[in-house]
Design a protein around this ligand. Structure first.
Ligand code: NAD
Length: 722
């Protein structure tokens, strides 16, 4: 056996002339397509073409994953459409040489095979997946506002059919081994690496001169090409179905469909070129810049601990106590047990505590039914949760999270009772959604160990936890809270204590702006559509119905009272009057079956009575949608800037990620502060002033923004590390 090695690609040649090229990028836990790997991969084409003794090639990986995708750093550095086009074409030229040189090339795939990884695999003549339950194949580029520019939009439809390919690429679906086989994406499964390698060698021996299906003269798309009636029908409606979800805010969606459709009218080489043009358009789009900056770089920085105090050793929660087994406590118990913790779930009655535990059982029963888990695993997880009324069981907890009623007196009482059982080093956290942490910590004998961990509902689905640092919270407590959030697989943002913290405070500006429009005679349907057009996952009136109108009134009352106590004047939002009026009619929201909407089973429709309360202005007096959209988005972005200015927010990354993960701020905008960057800071200030003149002083731009505009500054954006 003769060997020759680059650092990232190990080449071994056997006596049979088969070359095994093993990707193993040094210094990375996963293979990504950066220069270190792409260059030696390109060299494989030279090797196959120039060395007559080579009989075939097996491409595989020494890591647990095949190849996780393109190098986002490299994409980020592309300057301009031409460079994006050239880069995409270069990558594909090498793959065309591999597929057309006449010698068999086999991919042996394990673990993640995503993005550029799958595109390379599809450029091989035969694909074998090691089926150990971990394989995931897919083209997730759309999630970063991109299009698979390495041949994905051409080869995938030619392998699995246009309909399936479009669906997977628009949703960024990750396909498991069995489906990859049945759909035609891969050719064989193997139960072990040895078996896969043996199958690869056997296939090479039996297929000395393979031709890719699309290079065969009689090639036909599975299910038909762009001219076939079934595909024409699909393509006629697919853009409108996609637009109904995306409201045209994600250009990658249309570019992917266009690339597939236009590619389906021509041969593969022209198709690959068409794809590169659409790739360049995506790479140049503001949406992809926003998505990559925030959801790749800023999220990555947060997960690496940018907001965690350094110099504190990593900690792990082994035993967790939860006070209050209601909706939130039950959810926290589930996600924590799932992360391997022993959980004590305490409530005032055994029945209430048991009910909290039953929540986990319900979720797990469903998973077992669907074949996603087993009865043994369910029982083992349930055995980790002890429902009780006995505080003594909290002994030995590293962390206790309080999720009782939103009442200062009750919270103070349970804090004291729990602390009496805890070691001096244990951390005590409150899941309050509105009560300032510094005040709650007054009930604690160890306020430096007291912190806010604000979860979102439903806990098992929502990805964010807002960590609130009280006036006395120690850096060590913050680090331990942060580590716990990471341990349960959620994303932490860190904010300083203040009314509504960050997420509840800014979220409220969105719904209240929509509600205020009702009183102005804006058509309720226009209000709701504006929210969706802006890119918010739910329109404002429907959202207020979900969280209940009475909660909105309760928070307003509490804020009034608290501000009066410290002599700060209260500024009533114009939406508040509407909220109270509708609430007083008993229309408190979805739970009650009536709010801004009427609910009947799974159906809902806007309550016609709204028009009597708030007569709708004539059509020609209705404001433009742009005005409504701007009001909703500017209200949120401006309030976020104020949070940064006041020191409630500690970082731009926390602001952006918190807005997207916390309340669904339009992801394509890259978060509430990135929205201001993309709009342009001076332009944002000018537009805010216009809105303030027309709609009230709440739109006056935050002082921070005015200063930034004067100095020509922007908020920092996620960037590759230099
Ligand atoms: P919930 O009413 O569903 O549950 C509260 C639970 O606390 C009940 O089971 C109750 O029996 C128990 N409880 C009350 N007094 C107690 C005591 N003295 N000792 C032990 N248990 C006691 O409420 P929830 O929605 O789960 O909210 C709990 C906390 O989480 C509140 O502070 C709330 O503001 C906060 N929060 C709620 C949400 C949400 O969307 N519901 C989101 C974030 C934070």
């Amino acid at each position: 056996m003769s060997n020759s090695n680059s650092n990232a690609l190990k080449i071994e040649r056997g006596a049979d002339g088969i070359v095994v090229a093993t990707m193993d990028l040094p210094g990375h836990s996963m293979n990504v397509l950066n220069d270190d790997l792409a260059l030696p991969l390109a060299g494989l084409a030279d090797l196959l073409e120039s060395d007559a003794s080579v009989t075939g090639l097996i491409l595989t990986s020494a890591k647990k994953d095949f190849l996780a995708g393109a190098d986002v750093d490299r994409l980020r550095r592309l300057s301009g459409a031409q460079e994006a086009f050239d880069e995409s074409m270069r990558f594909k030229a090498f793959m065309r040489r591999l597929e057309k040189n006449g010698k068999p090339v086999v991919a042996v795939i394990q673990g993640m095979c995503l993005g550029g990884g799958l595109e390379i695999a599809m450029g091989c003549h035969w694909r074998i997946v090691i089926d150990d339950g971990k394989a995931k194949l897919g083209l997730p580029e759309v999630k970063l506002g991109l299009l698979p520019g390495g041949g994905g939009t051409q080869r995938l439809p030619r392998l699995v059919g246009m309909q399936q390919a479009v669906q997977w690429m628009l949703e960024g679906t990750e396909v498991r081994a069995a489906q990859a086989l049945s759909s035609g994406l891969v050719n064989e499964l193997a139960s072990s690496r040895d078996e896969a390698m043996a199958k690869a060698r056997a296939w090479i021996a039996a297929n000395k001169k393979p031709v890719q299906p699309w290079d065969a003269p009689k090639f036909r798309y599975p299910g038909g090409d762009s001219r076939s009636p079934a595909v024409v029908q699909m393509l006629a409606i697919a853009p409108s179905i996609a637009a109904a979800k995306s409201w045209g805010n994600y250009p990658a969606i249309n570019h992917i469909m266009s690339s597939v459709f236009e590619g389906g009218l021509t041969d593969i080489d022209r198709g690959l070129e068409i794809e590169s043009r659409y790739f360049a358009a995506c790479a140049e789009s503001q949406a992809s810049k926003n998505l990559i900056g925030t959801l790749w770089y800023q999220l990555g920085a947060i997960k690496k601990g940018a907001s965690r105090p350094s110099g504190v050793a990593r900690s792990e929660v082994k035993k967790l106590g939860i006070l209050g087994a209601g909706m939130m406590g039950a959810g926290i118990a589930y996600v924590s047990a799932k992360a391997g913790m022993e959980v004590v779930l305490l409530d005032t009655s055994q029945e209430a505590a048991d009910k909290g535990k039953a929540y986990s059982k319900d979720i797990l029963d469903k998973a077992v039914k669907k074949g996603k888990s087993t009865a043994d695993k369910r029982d083992a997880l349930l055995a980790q949760i002890t429902p009780t009324t006995d505080y003594a069981l909290l002994q030995g907890c590293d962390l206790v999270i309080e999720a009782v009623f939103e009442d200062r007196g009750i919270k103070a009482d349970v804090t004291k009772k729990a602390e009496a059982q805890l070691a001096a080093s244990a951390v005590f956290a409150s899941n309050t959604s509105t009560l300032p942490i510094t005040g709650l910590a007054e009930a604690s004998a160890r306020p430096e160990n007291f912190i806010g961990l604000h979860f979102f509902s439903p806990v098992d689905k929502m990805p964010l936890v807002e960590i609130i640092v009280g006036a006395k919270t120690s850096p060590e407590t913050l680090a331990r809270g942060f580590d716990y959030v990471m341990q349960i697989g959620k994303t932490p943002i860190v904010v300083n204590d203040s009314r509504g913290f960050y997420t509840s405070r800014v979220f409220a500006t969105y719904v209240m702006e929509g509600i205020a429009m009702l009183a102005e005679g804006v058509h309720p349907r226009s209000i709701e559509v504006a929210g969706l057009q802006a890119g918010m996952p739910m329109p404002p009136l429907a959202l207020q119905d979900e969280v209940t109108l009475s909660l909105g009134v309760h928070v307003a009352d509490q804020t009034r009272k608290d501000l009066a106590a410290v002599g700060i004047p209260y500024k009533e939002h114009p939406g508040e009057r509407v909220l109270r009026q509708v609430c007083e009619l008993g229309r408190v929201g979805k739970k009650a079956g009536k709010g801004f909407y009427n609910y009947s089973g799974s159906e809902k429709s806007l309550w016609p009575g709204l028009a009597d309360l708030y007569p709708v202005k004539a059509m020609n007096e209705q404001p433009e949608q742009r005005e409504l959209i701007d009001r909703m988005m500017f209200a949120q972005a401006n309030e976020t800037a104020r949070c940064l200015q006041e020191g409630v927010l500690r970082s731009v990354a926390d602001a952006n990620i918190g807005s997207i993960f916390g309340w669904g701020f339009a992801p394509f905008q890259g978060g509430a502060l990135q929205f201001i960057n993309s709009y342009g800071v001076p332009e944002f200030v000018a537009r805010s002033r216009e809105l303030a003149v027309r709609h009230g002083e709440r739109f006056e731009p935050a002082a921070l923004l005015v200063t930034m505009a004067e100095k020509g500054e922007r908020f920092e954006e996620g960037q590759p590390a230099e």
